[in-house]
Write a protein that binds this ligand. Structure first.
Ligand code: NOJ
Length: 538
């Protein structure tokens, strides 16, 4: 077992700035491990499986929302931020999970969802009943002769208008309310100081229970442009991440993050905030991680980068330059619960090709300076599940776009732990989404001890990353390399990546530490196979 963490409130030692090179493992709570046989993952299930994460060698765990919620959007619709949903356990289970993780030397990051609540939250129910809570949300009269048209042209990220009309207590059509996501997720009005006060209090509630930080959902969304102007264009979801919109990446959000940084620092133990922010450029993303704002932001440019050495080099350089300009660490992420798993993105229909690339990409990511996020199951080489029947799907955007979009269930299938038959140790009953039969050979037990398995590749990479001086936070440079290749040099270390379709011969770069595929050597010449990556000691 790894050394237990010091109690977060212990007298301040010299800061470790642990987050600057931490490897953080995302647990999608409903799909990790089910302890009570209802087919849905839960907190006690995670606690029981923490030894897997300690043995894997990650530094921290990020848990997706497990709060009281009607589950209209996988728990990102919170009805009570201080309660655990009975589906996932109890507050005592959360306390046990946090304490056990700390005993294993793992920090715990939880999600906070400040852009919107559930429509079942007491505030929104009060608002619908005409109470003073109305000003905690965005209610507006509609346009048109009878107010029958939405107040502006904003579209929901999940498809359709971002406004839903309410019915007044007397049964007549009333005002509209804003929801940038599903109608069950009304947006909060961050112009109202009561919203700020409530979220300060929620953060304190979880900090006092011992969490080490927060992943801030839609950290770019809380503040809307004054007057909520029309955008004048359709398909606005496609504009997210490429331009500032009147509802996303408004400068006003930074005041909220500055306040939270002060709050986090008022607690001992180096608690952190991580922005889930979709910003149009690395430079605008860097604004979220200025020294007085959040500690990290997800680097979605890296996630979105095609399998191409030149493109990857450009993203790495731009990311390092932007984060470095404000003194923040860069983060790297390849998959999460909202996107097609990277194995399947890289494979484009060919899972064997995708796996080779995914293994190579993991070694590149873990060789880069900064902090890396792993999404549960990527250490097993899980592909996206593309043939889920419509009747088992739960992603709200699937239903709001007639199945055109919102295929996020395929990356959320419960992960396989052991055994010959589904649910492969996930629990005792069938999981909430069916697992493919091919996952029998991908379980943790099936891969453990197999030196060629993806799980053992991740374990060795994470161990080496800790052992090698100079990996993690720190500098890097590129060595000149032929097209299709990346050759990254760090103190005592070199990483060579071949994204091309053909093997490439190279003078031996150093002594081999680890590779994603078998390398052939002939004297001082080595052959780096297509779609492979190798680590070298130099
Ligand atoms: C981002 C979360 O990752 C996603 O799952 C969720 O649907 C939206 N934010 C809305 O909360």
């Amino acid at each position: 077992m790894t050394a237990a963490l010091p109690a977060p409130t212990a007298a301040a030692a010299a800061p470790s700035r642990w987050w600057r090179d931490a490897v953080i493992y995302q647990v999608y709570v409903r799909s990790f491990a089910d302890s009570d046989g209802d087919g849905v993952g839960d907190l006690p299930g995670i606690t029981a499986r923490l030894p897997h994460l300690a043995a894997l060698g990650v530094d921290a765990v990020w848990l997706t929302p497990f709060y009281a919620s009607p589950q209209a959007d996988g728990g990102y619709d919170v009805a009570d931020y201080r309660e655990v949903d009975p589906l996932f356990g109890t507050l005592a289970d959360a306390d046990r999970l946090i304490a056990t993780a700390h005993e294993h030397g793992l920090r715990v990051i939880v999600d906070v969802v400040p852009n919107h609540t559930s429509d079942r939250h007491a505030w929104f129910r009060g608002a619908l009943a005409g109470g003073p809570e109305r000003d905690l949300y965005h209610f507006r009269p509609g346009k048109g002769t009878d107010g029958q048209l939405p107040p502006n042209d904003w579209e929901s990220v999940f498809g359709g208008p971002a406004w839903t009309r309410t019915t007044d207590p007397d049964g007549t059509p009333g005002d509209w309310y804003l929801h940038l996501f599903a109608p069950q997720q009304p947006d909060l009005n961050w112009e109202n100081p009561a919203v700020h006060a409530e979220f300060d209090s929620i953060l304190r509630f979880w900090l006092e229970r011992g969490v080490d930080g927060f992943r801030v959902d839609v950290a770019h969304g809380m503040v809307k442009a004054p007057g909520m102007p029309d955008i004048g264009a359709r398909e606005q979801a496609k504009m997210i991440g490429s331009q500032v919109l009147p509802f996303f990446d408004q400068d006003g959000v930074h005041a909220v993050h500055r306040n939270w940084r002060r709050l986090l620092e008022s607690y001992g133990g180096e608690r952190i905030g991580v922005a889930e922010a979709w910003a149009p450029s690395p430079e605008r993303l860097a604004l979220y991680v200025r020294p007085d704002e959040l500690h990290q932001a997800f680097n979605f440019q890296f996630l979105g980068c095609p399998w191409d050495a030149e493109a990857m080099r450009a993203v790495v350089d731009a990311s390092l330059a932007a984060a470095g300009s404000v003194g923040a660490p860069t983060t790297w992420v390849l998959s999460n619960h909202d996107v097609v798993r990277h194995l399947s993105r890289y494979g484009a229909g060919d899972d064997a090709l995708g796996l080779r690339r995914a293994r190579a990409a993991a070694l590149l990511m873990l060789a880069l300076p900064g902090s890396a996020y792993l999404y549960q199951g990527e250490e097993l080489g899980l592909p996206e599940v593309t043939d889920l029947p419509d009747e088992v799907r739960q992603d709200p955007s699937f239903f709001r776009t007639d199945g055109q979009d919102g295929l996020r269930d395929g990356c959320r299938v419960p992960i396989p732990w052991e055994g010959e038959e589904a649910p492969y140790g996930f629990g005792t009953a069938a999981g909430w989404l069916p697992q493919p039969a091919s996952w029998r050979s991908l379980s943790v037990a099936a891969q453990t001890g197999d030196a060629d398995s993806t799980l053992e590749l991740y374990r060795r990479a994470l161990r080496l990353r800790k052992e090698l001086d100079g990996l993690g936070d720190g500098g890097m440079r590129w060595q000149q390399s032929p097209p299709g290749l990346l050759d990254l040099v760090r103190p005592g270390f070199r990483c060579t990546l071949n994204t091309g379709p053909l093997p490439v011969q190279l003078p031996r770069p150093g002594s081999l530490l680890l590779s994603s595929a078998h390398l052939a050597a002939d004297g001082e010449t080595i052959t780096l196979p297509a779609d492979s990556c190798a680590w070298w000691a130099i």
